[in-house]
Design a protein around this ligand. Structure first.
Ligand code: CU
Length: 720
C-alpha cells in the first residue's frame, strides 16, 4: 500500500514584507509575526502503540499515537492546515490558547465552526498573544481525541529572559494517555443506549465503557496478551485469538514464553544535568499519578502558567492538565530508573497499585556523568517549597495535594473581594426526560445545538438562529466584558438514581480564558464570605489555570467524613466510589425540590470555586474533560458580548459556506449569515477559495489566502 505523504512540517519562515494583523483591541502592528506553519493530515490507521492493533486517528500517516508538536513563540503566528483524510468529521481545538482576537479559531463544532467533513481541509490561522507554556491541540468533534487526535502545543520560552534563566536547556515531552483497545464510536453507542426502565436504569443499563485497557507514555506501553482472554475486547474469532501483534507475540513466546508485547519509552539522561519535563495528560478518563523512582520533581508551571515552584516526589495530573516540572538527574551513571504512571480513583484489579492500570517508561543514565557543576535550583529566582515530606513510595496515590499549586503572582487588587456575579454549575447524572438517555447535564439542562446546523458564534454575531437556544435555558450564560465572575462548580454525583448512587470527579475546562482557582470545599457552597471565613479559599496567590477539578467531598448525611485537603482516602477495600442509598429518591428530583424525598439528594458532595475575569468576547465552551461525561453533555457556554468579536476572516467564511453546507446546514440561514457578517470578498461572484475544494492543500495558495484574510480583517477593523 502506498501512502500519499504530504508532510511539510515545522517549516518556520518570515514574510519578507510586513503584513497587517488584527489584534483583540483592533490595533494594527506593522511588524510581521514569526510564522509557524504546519500541515496535519489526519487519517485513520491501524496502529499498535502497546502491541495491540486497533484503528486510530493519526497525524501525517505516522502510524503512531503521537501527534505533531506545534511550537511557537509569544507573539508568533500559527498557520495550521488540517486535511481530513479520516472517514469522519473532525475539528481541532487549541486547549489553553485563549484566541484573543482570533475567537473564530477555537475549533468547537456547534459553537465556532462546522466540523471539517472527510476529504476537506481547513486552515487555522492565529497569533498567540500569551506567555510561554505547555498546551494541547486536540480533536473537539465527538470523542475523536480519545482515538488519538491530539498533540502538544508549546509556546516556547526564551532562556535569555531573566525569568527563565534557571530553566534547563534540555527538555522532554511526557505525553501521558489512557488507551482503550476499541474505538470510541463503538463504546459511545453502548453508553448512550436507552434503558428500559427510566427511573432506575434497570433492564438494559447503559454500558459504561469501563476503564481504559492501558496507559501510554509518549504513545508507548507494554501489554500482556494473556489479558485479552479475560476481556470483552480481546477475542477475535477471525484470527483465532487476539489483536495482539502476532509477530511480537510469537517472538516473545519463543524467547521466554512471555506474552508481553509493545515497547517502553526511554528517556536518556546524563547524571548531573537538569531537564524540563512537559507532563501532559492527554487521556480520556484517567486521573493519573506520575513519578520517577528515587527522583523529585520541581513544579514550575500548571496549565501553561507559572506557579510558585514546589518540589514533590509524585505528581497528580487530571485529564487535560499540564505541569512543567524540572528534573534534577542526580541518579547513578549507568543506572536505570522506572518512570511510573498509574491511575487514581478509577478502580480495577489490574496493575501494581491495585487501583487500575499502571505503566512504566525507563529513565536511563549515560555511563559518564556530566562535567558541569550545577548550582542550587532556583526557578524564577525562587527557592522551591519542599513538599516531599510524607511521601510513601509504596502508596504514592494518596499523596499530592492540589492546594500546593499556588500562583506565581498574587491575586490582582481588582479581583479581590466579592465577585460582580456568581454562576453555578451543578453537575450530576440523570436520565434525560426528553430522550431517556443517561446524561451528565449541567443545571438540569442538556445543551442543544442550533437546528440550522450552524455554529452559535456566526449566528449570534449576525443576530440569527433560534433565540430560545441562546440563553440560560440552554446553558448559554450571558456575560459582560470586564466583569468578574465566580463560578461555583457543584459536584452532585449521581444521586438521582439511587441504584447507581455514586460520586465522581470532574476536570472542568473553560475555553478562551484562564482563571484563578480560589478553593475547594465539602457539601454545598456556603457563599463567598462564609467560604472565606472557613479558611477554604486562597485569595492571596491562587493559581491561574484553565482546568479545575471538582472532587468528591463529604457525603450528604455526613456519615462518611472525607478529608478534602488530602483528597478522599482511597484503599482497595474502599475505592473512591461510595455506595450511597438515600431514602426513596426518584429520578425526578430537582435542585431545591420541596419534595422531602429529594432533600437529601439535592445536597452536593462538594464544590470548587474559580474566579474568572471576562476579558475575551466570544462563545466559549465550558465542559468536563472526561470524555464520556462530555459525550453525555456535561457542558455549557460562556457567551461574552459576541458582537465585540472582530470581523469574520475570509478563510473562515469559506469554511462556513462550503463545509457547513457539506455537513447539511440550512442553506437559507447560511446565506443570511454570510450576507450579514461575511467578508465582502466572499460575496463577489465566483469566489472559490482553495479550502473549499476537496483535498486542497497547496500551502503557498493557502498562505496567500490567510494573509489576505488577515489584511481584510485588519482593514475592516480599521474602517469600523
Ligand atoms: Cu465529568
Amino acid at each position: 500500500m502506498v501512502l500519499r505523504c504530504k508532510v511539510r512540517i515545522m517549516v518556520l519562515f518570515l514574510f519578507a514584507d510586513s503584513i497587517l494583523v488584527s489584534s483583540s483591541d483592533a490595533q494594527t502592528t506593522q511588524e510581521a509575526p514569526e510564522i509557524s506553519r504546519y500541515d496535519l493530515v489526519i487519517s485513520r490507521q491501524w496502529i499498535k502503540p502497546d502491541g495491540f492493533w486497533r484503528p486510530a486517528l493519526t497525524t501525517n500517516y505516522n502510524g503512531k499515537l503521537k501527534g505533531e508538536t506545534i511550537r511557537v513563540k509569544t507573539g508568533g503566528r500559527v498557520i495550521l492546515n488540517v486535511t481530513n483524510k479520516a472517514n469522519q468529521p473532525i475539528t481541532v481545538h487549541f486547549h489553553g490558547i485563549h484566541q484573543s482576537g482570533y475567537q473564530w479559531m477555537d475549533g468547537v463544532p456547534g459553537a465556532t465552526q462546522c466540523p471539517i467533513p472527510p476529504d476537506h481541509s481547513y486552515v487555522y490561522d492565529f497569533v498567540v498573544n500569551q506567555p510561554p507554556g505547555t498546551h494541547i491541540w486536540h480533536g473537539h468533534y465527538m470523542l475523536t481525541e480519545g482515538d488519538g487526535l491530539h498533540g502538544l502545543f508549546v509556546i516556547e520560552h526564551d532562556r535569555t529572559d531573566s525569568l527563565y534563566r534557571d530553566f534547563p536547556e534540555d527538555e522532554f515531552l511526557v505525553e501521558l494517555s489512557d488507551w482503550y483497545h476499541i474505538e470510541y464510536r463503538k463504546l459511545t453507542e453502548g453508553l448512550l443506549e436507552i434503558p428500559k426502565v427510566r427511573s432506575t436504569g434497570a433492564g438494559q443499563p447503559p454500558h459504561w465503557p469501563g476503564n481504559p485497557q492501558n496507559l501510554l507514555i509518549n504513545g508507548k506501553a507494554l501489554w500482556n496478551c494473556a489479558n485479552d482472554f479475560n476481556t470483552q475486547y480481546g477475542a477475535n474469532p477471525a484470527w483465532g485469538f487476539t489483536y495482539c501483534d502476532q509477530v511480537s507475540y510469537f517472538e516473545q513466546v519463543g524467547k521466554n514464553n512471555s506474552r508481553i508485547v509493545g515497547e517502553q519509552e526511554v528517556f536518556n539522561v546524563t547524571s548531573g544535568k537538569r531537564y524540563l519535563l512537559r507532563v501532559v495528560n492527554l487521556g480520556t478518563v484517567q486521573y493519573m499519578m506520575f513519578m520517577i523512582r528515587e527522583h523529585n520533581l520541581t513544579v514550575v508551571a500548571a496549565d501553561g502558567q507559572p506557579v510558585k515552584p514546589f518540589t514533590v516526589s509524585s505528581l497528580d495530573i487530571n485529564v487535560a492538565e499540564r505541569y512543567d516540572v524540572i528534573l534534577e538527574a542526580n541518579g547513578q551513571p549507568g543506572e536505570t530508573y522506572d518512570v511510573v504512571v498509574a491511575t487514581k480513583f478509577r478502580y480495577s484489579d489490574n496493575g501494581p497499585y491495585g487501583y487500575g492500570p499502571a505503566q512504566t517508561a525507563k529513565l536511563v543514565y549515560a555511563a559518564e556523568p556530566a562535567e558541569i557543576e550545577t548550582d542550587v535550583l532556583r526557578p524564577y529566582g525562587m527557592t522551591p517549597v519542599d513538599r516531599t515530606e510524607g511521601f510513601n513510595a509504596t502508596h504514592p496515590l494518596d499523596y499530592f495535594n492540589p492546594r500546593w499549586v499556588t500562583g506565581f503572582d498574587d491575586l490582582p487588587e481588582h479581583l479581590q473581594g466579592e465577585p460582580d456575579e456568581t454562576i453555578f454549575i451543578n453537575g450530576y447524572m440523570w436520565f434525560d426526560p426528553e430522550d431517556d438517555r443517561l446524561k451528565w447535564p449541567v443545571n438540569n439542562v442538556t445543551h442543544k445545538s442550533d437546528p440550522s446546523g450552524l455554529p452559535f458564534l456566526p449566528l449570534m454575531v449576525s443576530g440569527l438562529g433560534d433565540k430560545s437556544l441562546q440563553g440560560l435555558a440552554n446553558n448559554m450564560w450571558d456575560m459582560k466584558l470586564n466583569t468578574t465572575y465566580d463560578f461555583v462548580l457543584h459536584n452532585y454525583g449521581e444521586t438521582w438514581i439511587p441504584e447507581l448512587g455514586q460520586i465522581d470527579e470532574h476536570p472542568w475546562h473553560f475555553h478562551g480564558h484562564s482563571f484563578h482557582v480560589l478553593g475547594y470545599g465539602p457539601g454545598r457552597y456556603p457563599g463567598f464570605q462564609a467560604a472565606n471565613e472557613s479558611g477554604l479559599l486562597n485569595l492571596k496567590d491562587p493559581p491561574y489555570r484553565d482546568m479545575v477539578t471538582t472532587f468528591p467531598g463529604i457525603l450528604p448525611d455526613g456519615s462518611e467524613g472525607v478529608n478534602l485537603i488530602r483528597m478522599p482516602e482511597i484503599t482497595k477495600e474502599k475505592p473512591w466510589i461510595y455506595n450511597f442509598s438515600g431514602p426513596n429518591l426518584t429520578a425526578d428530583c430537582r435542585i431545591n425540590d420541596p419534595d422531602p424525598n429529594c432533600q437529601l439528594a439535592a445536597i452536593p458532595y462538594g464544590w470548587s470555586l474559580i474566579r474568572l475575569r471576562a476579558d475575551n468576547p466570544g462563545v466559549w465552551n465550558v465542559h468536563c474533560h472526561l470524555m464520556w461525561h462530555f459525550a453525555m453533555n456535561m457542558q455549557g457556554f460562556m457567551v461574552i458580548e459576541p458582537d465585540k468579536v472582530g470581523p469574520m476572516p475570509l478563510e473562515y467564511a469559506r469554511m462556513l459556506r462550503d463545509q457547513c453546507a457539506a455537513m447539511g446546514a440550512d442553506k437559507d440561514v447560511l446565506a443570511e449569515v454570510l450576507q450579514l457578517s461575511g467578508p465582502k470578498e466572499l460575496l463577489v461572484g465566483g469566489d472559490d477559495g482553495p479550502t473549499s475544494a476537496p483535498g486542497a492543500d497547496d500551502s503557498a495558495a493557502a498562505a496567500l489566502v490567510a494573509v489576505s484574510a488577515l489584511m481584510v480583517a485588519a482593514l475592516g477593523a480599521a474602517a469600523a
